[in-house]
Design a protein. Structure first.
Length: 231
């Protein structure tokens, strides 16, 4: 069967009428154009996927006889089965559970062997972390805080809580930058089941002009990088 060079879509033969093949081609185009991925970190398929929901397979065979790692899996409700698309070098995908500071899904590119975030471009562009001024004494981090620089300016004792993965769908590359921009302690607080690893010789308490980065290193595990109050 002949296929197109870029997308690998099967072509109908001359004078052929094959509705099933044509519908499958349209379904594949429906996935590939404006490719939106729900999650790219799953090694087993979700239990109750919605029709046309698409994922990048992290590892495993997803119920088939061979590894589907790196492939695009989408659920066909009409077929009651997963459909798989092998990506090609240069394809881009928006991963909906990984948002930047503006709430926009991060774009991953396929190198020909793996999916990865593009390198940040230099040269004085408009990139960089969004600055968020927090004037209250209590904040619970949200998905939109991923990659942001949060400055706590209230002079009273304050807290920043990192909620668990069950509450916020943190991506594998999530990080939050925090600055204590005023007097009074700022306490970094783990949510239920969350571990915050304090820096060497430090605590989870910050005072004026201290700055840290909270880096997600595993599900519900974050490293605190920077200066905090000595233990």
């Amino acid at each position: 069967m002949a296929t197109t060079g870029k997308l690998g879509l099967e072509l109908l033969q001359n004078n052929a009428a094959n509705q099933t093949l044509a519908n499958l081609t349209f379904a594949s185009l429906n996935q590939i154009v404006q490719l939106s991925i729900i999650d790219k970190d799953l090694s087993t398929p979700p239990v109750s996927p919605t029709d046309e929901a698409a994922y990048i397979v992290a590892s495993g065979n997803w119920g088939t006889g061979s590894s589907k790692a790196g492939q695009i899996a989408w659920w066909s409700a009409s077929a009651g089965a997963w459909q798989f698309i092998v990506p090609k070098a240069g394809w881009m995908a928006s991963v909906l559970d990984e948002l930047d500071a503006n709430g926009i899904a991060k774009r991953y590119g396929y190198s020909g062997s793996a999916w990865a975030l593009p390198e940040a471009s230099g040269g004085g562009g408009t990139g960089g972390a969004a600055v968020i001024t927090e004037s209250t004494t209590s904040r619970t981090a949200a998905l939109t805080d991923n990659g942001a620089y949060i400055r706590f300016t209230n002079t009273s004792a304050s807290t920043l809580t990192i909620p668990p993965q069950s509450s916020v769908s943190w991506g594998s590359t999530a990080e939050v930058h925090v600055r204590r921009g005023s007097t009074g302690n700022l306490t970094l607080t783990p949510g239920s089941g969350v571990t915050l690893n304090a820096p060497s010789g430090g605590t989870l308490v910050m005072t004026e002009r201290m700055t840290v980065t909270l880096k997600r290193v595993a599900s519900d595990v974050w490293d605190v990088i920077g200066q905090t109050v000595p233990a």
